[in-house]
Design a protein around this ligand. Structure first.
Ligand code: NAI
Length: 329
């Protein structure tokens, strides 16, 4: 079976080649992302394998259908970048990796919280330059602080467990509250109440029409002054222009993001020798209390192994006509 894999880096190739020896799928690795301009590359393949920033809109899907593509294998959990109506129309199956390592993402959210709080990134640079001063490095105890977790699925649950260990008061919001978390002492509240009470807010819900721009001027108005906002889910959960205004007005005290509204033109690329024209990312980078990582929350050895294994297993199931346990419908 011939598979065209898009948005690949050297590390993707390494992990997929490591686990492809059993099946020996014919995989061609393309560095470019899949979108209406590059869809011509799918000719001669039966399946595509894509990641978070590939653009699987109706135009791309129609062209893939004409090229004979029967399967879209997402090597990620989120599927907001796929037009699900269009795949149905053209009878293309979609599979994903629902849970490759929730702990990896939860632990990265903690890394963002603790780095912003205790400013270890600044100390690292200072000490290396012989500056041992503590000025402006003051942090706060996370213990006893109220942390609001929006979305208590796999990642949210993993985060709640870590936060309980830190001694935080954890409150949560989800459309479907978890009995397991309630038993652990986590209180579910309405979203506005979570915004009102939390010193730290961490987003772990998917991007949907309902959640798009859930962090905006109105929700910021409800929050405590100096709130810390963490987003490791999808960039469009935050209306970037509003959060920039919130930072200017000191409403937002800390912002930690692993995802960004306009990330597809920036993230995963080395642009250090380019002129970056995205005004929002430049402005965000100018704040001392903003920490940005480029969609690396998932990026652990454990998660990469799981992504490659599950994706190849999903493709094998499709090839052999088995039930697709990880199908997106
Ligand atoms: P999940 O599907 O296990 O959990 C999502 C939870 O959000 C569910 O409990 C669901 O009921 C809840 N939810 C849905 N709509 C909601 C709403 N309107 N308000 C509040 N809660 C709502 O997903 P999982 O595995 O926990 O992942 C969460 C998100 O994390 C993914 O959608 C993806 O966007 C992101 N992600 C980011 C990664 C990264 O590297 N930065 C890696 C993996 C996932």
């Amino acid at each position: 079976m011939k598979i065209a894999m898009f948005s690949t880096k050297q590390y993707d190739q390494e992990y997929f080649e490591k686990f492809n020896s059993d099946e020996n799928f014919e995989i061609e690795f393309f560095e470019t992302r899949l979108d209406p301009h590059t869809v011509g590359l799918t000719k001669g393949f039966e399946a595509v394998c894509v990641f978070v920033n590939d653009k699987i809109d109706e135009k791309t899907i129609e062209a893939m259908h004409q090229n004979g593509i029967k399967l879209i294998a997402l090597r990620c959990a989120g599927f907001n970048n796929v037009d699900l109506e269009a795949v149905k129309k053209y009878d293309i199956k979609v599979v994903r990796v629902p849970a490759y390592s929730p702990e990896a993402v939860a632990e990265h959210a903690i890394a963002l919280i603790m780095t912003l709080n205790r400013k270890t990134h600044k100390s690292y640079n200072r000490v290396r330059e012989g500056n041992f001063s503590l000025n402006n490095l003051i942090g706060f105890n996370l213990s006893n602080k109220t942390v609001g977790v929006v979305g208590t699925g796999r990642i949210g649950v993993a985060l709640c467990g870590i936060l309980i260990g830190f001694g935080c008061k954890v409150i949560a919001y989800d459309l479907y509250p978890s009995d397991e978390l309630k038993r652990l002492g986590i209180e579910y509240v309405q979203l506005n109440e979570l915004f009102r009470q939390s010193e730290v807010i961490s987003l772990h819900c998917p991007l949907t029409t309902e959640t798009k721009h859930m962090i905006n001027k109105n929700s910021l108005d409800v929050m405590k002054d100096g709130v810390m906002i963490i987003n490791t889910s999808r960039g469009e959960l935050i209306k970037t222009s509003d959060v920039i205004q919130g930072l200017i007005e000191r409403k937002v005290g800390y912002l930690g993001i692993d995802v960004y509204e306009q990330e597809e033109d920036l993230f995963f690329k080395d642009l250090s020798e380019h002129i970056i024209e995205d005004e929002y990312i430049l402005r965000l980078n100018s704040f001392p209390n903003v920490l940005i990582t480029s969609h690396q929350a998932y990026f652990t050895n454990d998660a990469m192994n799981e992504i490659a294994l599950t994706t190849l297993e999903n493709i094998k199931d499709f090839k052999e006509g088995n039930m697709l346990s990880n199908e997106v419908k």
